[in-house]
Design a protein. Structure first.
Ligand SMILES: NC(=O)c1ccc[n+]([C@@H]2O[C@H](COP(=O)([O-])OP(=O)(O)OC[C@H]3O[C@@H](n4cnc5c(N)ncnc54)[C@H](O)[C@@H]3O)[C@@H](O)[C@H]2O)c1
Length: 341
């Protein structure tokens, strides 16, 4: 029998990609989304165009509404909880809204899962921001990038938690609650601490989704500002690879339940934000890109990249899409869909 999925944030970037994959497989999907993200209605149009108006159930609702999400979760076998406030800058400007959407919203989703009586699997999209600034980890500078001086394989899950920024705190609260519901209530929950995820259907803005934002800005002629020296390094992961990890966790839930996994491109897929990404983008665009420069943004790490060997060892997962190939796919999507931006 087809499983019932509840995907909170299912109209967002990661969510709509996952729903697309689930509908292709004939799953029953309920999207639970308040459509607050600018691109969300366009992602719904895409799903409807590919699968039809009635191919999924749509709940335009907020995860802050405990009663509503309890009702929506009643039939769910799998809850993929992606809804939330996603930008660090917004969390600094309005920490209460951020807390309510991410910490309280995740708590509501967990309670809905616990009380449904269906023993659903619960997947949670956490963030590498739970590791904070990692000030105890030495970094060194090369011609085009910063890198870890000693932590050559990247940050493992054993790195001490150090929530940084209201977003880091609210997502980290969710992260710890999701993990604890496995310990205390036996909920089959899995936490993914995601690095920079990128790909089609990502309506990146300056404050969040930098790869997509810079690609959209370059293609549509908007001004890009580089904060800091542009040599800060991130590991990037194509959304299709992330979704393979969600699938692997569902398949191997007896191993994955109660576990936390770093989820990023890892040491092989690191990219300096402008000193390396800029030339790649210029090559795809076929011309030089003029950028504005500004100081470092608060909390902007010089280096982050994940060590994903726990996911590799336990779930048999590793990224398949190299960064140049993935970036080319993103670029093509932006180029072919300029009317969306
Ligand atoms: N994209 C990344 O690089 C990345 C990295 C780490 C973690 N994450 C996490 O993954 C999840 C999905 O991120 P995304 O990139 O797809 O973001 P997104 O903004 O595209 O998707 C989030 C969706 O949630 C909806 N939403 C926001 N607040 C809501 C609320 N209160 N109630 C109901 N719906 C609400 C939005 O309308 C949007 O459709 C988020 O929880 C985010 O914190 C993303």
């Amino acid at each position: 029998m087809a499983l019932n999925y509840l995907v909170t944030g299912g109209a967002g970037f990661i969510g709509s990609n996952y729903v697309h994959r689930l509908l292709q497989r004939g799953a029953h999907v309920t999207i639970y989304d308040n459509l607050s993200r600018a691109g969300a209605p366009r992602n719904l149009d895409w799903l409807k165009k590919d699968f039809g108006e009635k191919s999924f159930d749509m709940q335009v609702a907020d995860v802050r509404d405990a009663a509503f999400i309890r009702t929506a979760a009643r039939q769910a076998d799998v809850i993929v909880h992606l809804a939330g406030q996603v930008a660090v800058t917004t969390s600094v400007a309005d920490p209460r809204s951020d807390f309510e959407a991410n910490a309280f919203g995740t708590f509501n989703a967990l309670e809905a899962a616990r009380l449904s009586g269906r023993d659903p699997i619960f997947i949670y999209a956490s963030t590498n921001k739970v590791y904070g600034g990692m000030e105890d980890v030495a970094v060194a500078e090369d011609a085009t990038r910063w890198h870890y001086a000693d932590l050559v394989n990247g940050c493992p899950e054993t790195q001490p938690l150090d929530f940084h920024s209201p977003y880091g705190c609210s997502k980290g609260t969710g992260d710890q609650y999701v993990r604890d519901y496995a310990r205390i209530y036996g909920l089959r929950s899995v936490v993914f601490r995601q690095s920079c995820i990128y790909g089609p259907r990502q309506f990146g803005i300056e404050d969040q989704g930098w790869l997509a934002w810079m690609t959209i800005a370059a293609v549509t002629g908007r001004r890009i500002t580089i904060y800091g020296d542009g040599k800060q390094v991130r590991d990037v992961l194509h959304v299709d690879d992330l979704l393979d990890a969600y699938d692997a966790a569902l398949e191997k839930i007896d191993i994955a339940k109660g576990r936390v996994y770093n989820m990023g491109g890892g040491a092989r897929n690191v990219l300096a934000v402008w000193s390396e990404f800029g030339p790649l983008l210029e090559k795809l665009l076929g011309r030089k890109i003029e950028v504005a420069r500004a100081g470092w943004r608060p909390g902007d790490q010089r280096v982050f990249y994940a060590n994903f060997s726990k996911a590799r060892n336990e779930l048999g997962w590793e990224p398949k899409i190299g960064l140049e190939q993935g970036i080319e796919r993103l670029f093509r999507w932006v180029k072919e869909n300029q009317a969306l931006f």
